[in-house]
Design a binder for this molecule. Structure first.
Ligand code: DQA
Length: 148
């Protein structure tokens, strides 16, 4: 049994009430349940986290890197929220570790404001899942389990 880390960035704690036309009406707890169920299908577990703070996300990536080396973690499904579009520090953090990262966005960022079209994360992610709602996390988990 291994673990998949699901890491969520700023404002995703407000899922369910935040801009439901973009992000739907399910809460972060609903998302957590979906992720647990997706991993349980493969007899794996989820380490589910959310933080509004860039440094906490960086620490989580470093921790996942260490746990990846120990064979405890298979990969990270990572929705960096708005840090996607701003954070060289998250780019560097992912580049500094070997753990595979799948970048997930609930909304189709390319159909939104132009400032959402650029991602600092995509060049260092193994892949990206964009615009598929909360289902994107389940797909990322399945991908990590089957291929990482
Ligand atoms: C998001 C898209 C980002 O542009 C935005 O800042 C978010 C959520 C998404 O999941 O669609 O916070 O990452």
């Amino acid at each position: 049994m291994s673990t998949i880390m699901v890491l969520n960035g700023p404002n995703l704690n407000l899922l369910g009430t935040r801009e439901p036309t973009q992000y739907g009406s399910e809460t972060i707890n609903d998302l957590k349940e979906r992720c647990i169920a997706a991993a349980n299908k493969f007899d794996h577990t989820i380490d589910f986290r959310q933080s509004n703070h860039e440094g906490v996300l960086i620490d989580a990536i470093h921790e996942a890197g260490e746990r990846f080396k120990q064979g405890e973690i298979l990969g990270i499904a990572f929705n960096p929220g708005a840090y996607t579009h701003t954070s060289i520090a998250l780019y560097d953090a992912i580049k500094s570790v070997d753990v595979p990262v799948i970048e997930v966005h609930i909304s189709n960022v390319h159909a939104r404001e132009t400032f959402r079209h650029h991602s600092y994360i995509s060049p260092v992610a193994k892949g990206t899942i964009i615009g598929m709602g909360l289902k994107g996390y389940e797909l990322a988990i399945q991908y990590i389990v089957e291929t990482c």
